[in-house]
Write a protein that binds this ligand. Structure first.
Ligand code: FES
Ligand code: FES
Length: 159
């Protein structure tokens, strides 16, 4: 039997333990071991952002992260963004039409949620921090509009 490593991490607020091969990617742990298929694989090479999740609150491309390096850490996927209902950025993406085919959307929603949470929602900052999330469909303007809308709603206390 192949060697495995035990990894315990917090996944969407719940402590979970997995037995993984040493080279297993965080993306595969999330999708295949935990069954959370909201996180997508695009390039598998750190270029497209489709696989973005939050690792200790910071967006990372989970295709480039080893699951074994996540021992004791906190991972949030698109499924864990909202608090029992869609996160404000998810609602704003729908409201602005910032979703078309939707393949990039989980990664964009995760990155945007971190952005809005940090309060760094100036136009240049939004463009810079979303630069690693590629989208073939929307032309990005509606995505940027969604971040602005979510930030405004957050400031208004309408989360
Ligand atoms: Fe990870 Fe493209 S699948 S960056
Ligand atoms: Fe299709 Fe972004 S909505 S890739």
């Amino acid at each position: 039997m192949a060697e495995t490593i035990t990894v315990t991490l917090t996944l969407n607020g719940e402590e979970r333990t997995f037995e993984v091969p040493p080279g297993r990617r965080l993306l595969d742990l999330i999708r295949e071991d935990a069954g959370l298929t909201g996180t997508k694989e695009g390039c598998g090479a750190g270029e497209c952002g489709a696989c973005t999740v939050l690792l200790d609150g910071r967006p990372v491309t989970s295709c480039l992260v080893l699951a074994a390096s996540c021992e004791g850490r906190e991972v949030v996927t698109v499924e864990g963004l909202g608090d029992g209902r869609p996160h404000p950025v998810q609602e704003a993406l729908v409201a602005t039409g910032g979703i078309q085919c939707g393949y990039c959307t989980p990664g964009i929603a995760v990155t945007a949620a971190a952005l809005v949470g940090s309060g760094a929602t100036g136009e240049e900052e939004v463009r810079r921090r979303l630069a690693g999330n590629l989208c073939r469909c929307t032309g990005y303007h509606k995505v940027f509009e969604a971040v602005r809308l979510a930030a405004e709603r957050g400031e208004g206390g309408d989360g």
